[in-house]
Design a protein around this ligand. Structure first.
Ligand SMILES: Cc1cc2nc3c(=O)[nH]c(=O)nc-3n(C[C@H](O)[C@H](O)[C@H](O)COP(=O)(O)OP(=O)(O)OC[C@H]3O[C@@H](n4cnc5c(N)ncnc54)[C@H](O)[C@@H]3O)c2cc1C
Ligand SMILES: Cc1cc2nc3c(=O)[nH]c(=O)nc-3n(C[C@H](O)[C@H](O)[C@H](O)COP(=O)(O)O)c2cc1C
Length: 588
């Protein structure tokens, strides 16, 4: 029977989750299937092993491939490869991306094109999943997987060893697990595994006033003992958070788990790799997994509901779970889960019979692993190489759920005490600031969006490379007294002639004023900087409304000062973007 090879390229685990879902679907269809991270699968095995190939890959950086597919991708791009190399393969590519980035799903699009160039035949159009979809990446990945399997069925039906495994049957768990009271050991680790820095928190300072609604923290890590860590302005720090203690306790109560019970994990052949040893070792405990591995606050995925439906002894629960899983009734799932941001843990509470009946080895299937979060680095290596700072807005908001929604990582960081060691790693971000001295820049960073610009200004200041024209910063916040971050630093950069700063305080007067208003107010100067001095424009911060408003403000400037009509102004903007002179890094 034809072998289906599923490969994933994933930076923070989302593409891996989706690849695992596709894998399980193939197992249900009794296909001959295997699943690998792309770099664990040498491309020459495509020649000998694969006739059906599914690639699930995300895009990171500025349209870049995730770390775990770099080698595979480089080999696949070799010019010397013949155009008929893969003509024995039919394939599908599913991309995970975010449409707020200019290079939306760039890697998946390139992968689809490259496989076609090498002679492989596409089974279907590439799926381009979008974090911005109201159902998250499942909004596209779900229907795309349906299409994929209907095409695959046509290909493999004749050779299939039997009818699909019913949805009512539990598939084998992700790992082979043994629960028991064995000793914990921390030796067995894989040499090739990459390990983060465990950076001690030096300071955790609230930078908004105590009576302000929003808690924002400047977190300072002491990295003086990690000699080789370097970064550039625009780079990001990934942080791996742990669950809240109260959630760990609730989980143990709900599932009658003994937190001290040991667990031994073993890989199933050809299936999901064990979690990284620095999160949990192969010999671990319930408490450790509940604290560091299982994402108790994530919104439950489809598979979560499938598992509960399969195990619940309660007819009522089974019916409700079937309703939520009905593909014709996605609105119901959205109302239950996505709209109120109901967490996996809260969902378990709603289905107590299922929770109690779930075999414990399936906890690793039920919960997705906690994903790292990115934060723009807010300090410069050149300025002080012993410290690394990030500016963190602590996420808390209300929905119809009784308890306020709390973002996992930002709250984890807000509670981090001095000396506490946090798993972090530095990666290239989306910005590439001009290396050329002399080119001016307009930096637009309301709220925590100002973080990368602080790193940039510190870097310039410390290297004494005074730009011929000061960089121009548009910062926005609610009030001068409450959330004007780094006020004194901007002042000293201004005094030294490095910076000109415009601040929009939205709530300090009757009329609300935002960065976009300040840009339009200064349209002559903005136009001159962009059009005459060839300034680059950088935008960072909240992805909601602000990027559109800033875009519209710039279009207004181009029309007014450049005497352009709407189409011309749009073209001008697009040229700026495609030449890298307009870059943005925004987040939900
Ligand atoms: C490149 C990059 C750089 C970043 N830099 C920074 C930075 O410098 N500072 C910073 O604070 N963050 C930054 N972020 C965002 C950061 O990565 C996290 O997403 C953020 O801290 C929230 O993570 P969390 O774990 O606390 O929340 P999570 O547990 O991940 O929950 C966040 C979820 O809550 C939703 N949400 C948040 N607020 C609301 C609301 N009011 N109503 C409804 N839903 C809501 C969001 O849509 C999101 O789905 C950056 C992100 C990226 C990608
Ligand atoms: C630092 C960073 C850069 C990103 N760059 C892009 C990008 O250029 N294009 C895109 O479509 N999505 C981009 N994304 C969004 C991710 O592709 C998306 O969140 C995806 O779900 C991540 O999947 P993964 O966890 O498998 O890596 C970026 C996300 C981050 C955190």
């Amino acid at each position: 029977m034809a072998r289906l090879v599923i490969l994933y390229g994933s930076q923070t685990g989302n593409a891996q989750d989706v690849a695992e879902q596709i894998y399980r679907r193939a197992v249900r269809n009794r296909m001959n299937v295997c699943l690998h991270g792309m770099d664990d699968f040498p491309p020459n095995r495509l020649l000998s092993e694969a006739s059906l190939l599914v690639c699930v890959c995300s895009t990171t950086g500025q349209g870049e491939e995730p770390d775990n597919m770099r080698t595979f991708w480089k080999l696949l791009l070799k010019r010397s490869l013949p155009g008929d190399l893969l003509n024995h393969i039919v394939f599908g590519v599913l991309g995970l991306g975010d449409s707020t980035y200019p290079k939306f799903n760039f890697v998946a699009k390139r992968m689809h094109r490259r496989l076609s160039q090498l002679g492989a035949r596409p089974l279907c159009d590439p799926g381009l999943a979008d974090d911005q979809h109201e159902l998250g990446s499942e909004g596209v990945a779900g229907p795309w997987t349906e299409t994929l399997f209907s095409e695959l069925r046509n290909l493999v039906e004749k050779s299939s060893p039997g009818p699909p495994i019913s949805d009512d049957v539990l598939l084998p768990s992700k790992y082979i697990t043994t629960f028991g009271k064995h000793q914990k050991s921390y030796e067995a680790t894989k040499d090739d595994e990459w390990v983060p820095l465990f950076a001690p928190v030096l300071k955790n300072t609230r930078v908004t006033s105590a009576n302000h609604w929003q808690d924002v923290r400047l977190i300072t890590f002491d990295i003086s003992s990690f000699g080789d860590v370097g970064w550039n302005p625009g780079d990001v720090l990934y942080v791996q958070p742990s669950n809240f203690t109260e959630d760990v306790e609730t989980l143990c109560e709900l599932l009658d788990l003994d937190p001290n019970e040991g667990i031994e994990l073993c890989e199933r052949e050809m299936e999901a790799r064990l979690p990284p040893h620095w999160i949990v070792n192969a010999r671990t405990s319930v408490r450790e997994c509940a604290e560091k591995l299982w994402d108790l606050r994530a919104l439950p995925r489809r598979y979560f509901f499938e598992l509960l439906r399969q195990v619940t002894p309660s007819e009522m629960e089974r019916e409700r779970l079937a309703e939520l899983l009905d593909p014709m009734n996605q609105q119901d799932l959205w109302n239950y889960c996505h709209r109120p941001k109901r967490t996996s843990l809260e969902t378990l509470r709603d289905f107590p019979s299922a929770a109690k009946a779930l075999p414990r080895e399936y906890l690793f299937d039920l919960f997705t692993p906690i994903k790292p979060r990115a934060f723009s680095i807010a300090s410069s290596h050149g300025f002080d190489s012993s410290k690394l700072e990030i500016l963190v807005a602590v996420v808390e908001f209300k929905t119809k759920m009784h308890a306020p929604r709390k973002g996992l990582c930002s709250n984890f960081l807000s509670l981090a005490e001095t000396g506490c060691k946090v798993p972090v790693w530095v990666r290239r971000g989306t910005f590439s600031f001009p290396q050329e001295v002399g080119k001016p820049a307009i930096l637009i960073g309301p709220g925590t969006g100002v973080a990368p610009f602080r790193a940039l200004m510190q870097e310039l200041f410390s290297s004494s490379t005074k730009p011929p024209k000061p960089f121009v910063l548009y910062f926005g916040c609610r009030n001068r007294a409450n959330d004007y971050f780094f006020e004194n630093e901007w002042k000293s950069f201004e005094d030294a002639g490095f910076l000109q700063c415009f601040v929009a305080f939205s709530r300090d007067q009757n009329v609300k004023v935002y960065v976009q208003n300040k840009i339009v107010e200064n349209s002559t100067a903005v136009w001159e900087l962009i059009n005459t001095d060839l300034a680059s424009v950088f935008l960072a911060g909240n992805a909601k409304q602000m990027p559109t408003d800033v875009h519209d403000a710039l279009i207004t400037v181009f029309r007014k000062e450049g005497k352009m009509n709407e189409d011309e102004a749009d073209d001008y903007f697009q040229q700026l973007e495609s030449s890298g002179r307009f870059q943005q890094e925004t987040w939900a």
